[in-house]
Write a protein that binds this ligand. Structure first.
Ligand code: ATP
Ligand code: MG
Length: 299
């Protein structure tokens, strides 16, 4: 490979990961000039270009050194890593960061009348999937012998067509499974979009460019996952409430003018709050609970 002085990132051209992926790059300060064919986008703000491709091609592009980084589902990356592993080789790419979107799971689903009591129930069946290496690996780890039928799409209709007895496919809401009278019985991989890069550190100028991009990305991910929590609570219940907060650091506790009994609390927290968590915090004594998004942050 010739040395390059510009970094190249591969992302999905169109599909479930494209919008959120482009958004993340934009938030990291990268702007691209779209080319007419929309495959190669020249980076205008940094020496970082974007290649828009099919998601399945991303690990291979990194392996060949055509691209340096890629935004791809963990399912695709792990499948292709396992293909190397099963040949006794080390994959030339690795997962650098988790990106928090495109969440789904690779699950085994069976027809409604199939009796599933555990992995052993799959012995001797035909399993349709687009992820044969992940499937074979799971079967090996569970000591089950079954036939893996590789299909590139429409896996969910394989049982109806008589091509397979059960399937292993990506699931997010489960609506597709339900529409095909299939029942999810086991999840073999939790997936989300990840930033992939070469297993060996990048040489020449690209190493420094990649490190700078990762620093920015970490900042963007940290802000996105941070929330400012504000509330009031009686001093007697303060400890209980603080224990329920996924606080990043010690919360700020402030006196309330004219109310010696209560305090105001402000805390930077990680991750999203579920309604259940909010109700627990309220039940522990919090009043006027507010969760605010963080716009920018400089530690
Ligand atoms: P391409 O044309 O790029 O090959 P594709 O059809 O293979 O596209 P998409 O359906 O856009 O891919 O899915 C891309 C990724 O989105 C998946 O590999 C997976 O990581 C993630 N994803 C999240 N939820 C789901 C879901 N319910 N079904 C399929 N993929 C999902
Ligand atoms: Mg694909």
């Amino acid at each position: 490979m010739k040395p390059r002085d510009r970094l190249r990132i591969a992302a999905q051209k169109s599909g479930r990961l494209s919008d959120a992926g482009r958004d993340l790059l934009a938030r990291s300060g990268l702007r691209f000039r779209e080319s007419r064919d929309r495959l190669f986008c020249y980076g205008e703000t940094e020496p970082v270009d974007l290649l828009l491709v099919r998601d399945d091609d991303i690990p291979g592009l990194i392996a060949e050194g055509v691209c340096d980084l890629g935004i791809v589902g963990r399912n695709v990356l792990r499948e292709q890593s396992l293909e190397y592993a099963r040949r006794g080789e080390r994959a030339p790419f690795s997962e650098l960061r988790t990106l928090g979107f495109g969440r789904c799971r690779l699950s085994i689903a069976v027809p409604q009348d199939f009796l599933y009591t555990g992995p052993a129930s799959l012995a001797g069946t035909r399993i349709a999937t687009s992820y044969p290496a992940l499937m074979a690996d799971w079967l090996d780890r569970n000591g089950v012998k079954a036939e893996v039928v590789t299909l590139s799409g429409s896996v969910e209709i394989a049982p109806k067509l008589g091509k397979a007895d059960v399937i292993c496919d990506l699931v997010s809401t489960g609506a597709t499974l339900a529409a095909n009278q299939l029942r999810e019985v086991a999840s073999i991989l939790d997936s989300e979009a990840v930033l992939a890069g070469p297993a060996e550190a990048l040489q020449d100028e690209r190493g420094e460019l990649a490190a700078q991009l990762l620093r920015r990305l970490d900042g963007v991910l940290e802000v996105r996952d941070s929330k400012l929590v504000m509330l009031q609570v009686d001093r007697a219940e303060l400890d209980q409430v603080v224990q329920l907060l996924p606080a990043a650091n010690a919360p700020t506790v402030m006196a309330i003018e004219g109310n010696a009994q209560a305090v105001a609390l402000q805390a930077l927290c990680r991750g999203a709050f579920s309604w259940q968590q909010l109700e627990d915090i309220k039940r522990a004594g919090a009043r006027g609970l507010m969760i605010l998004p963080v716009e920018q942050m400089l530690a």
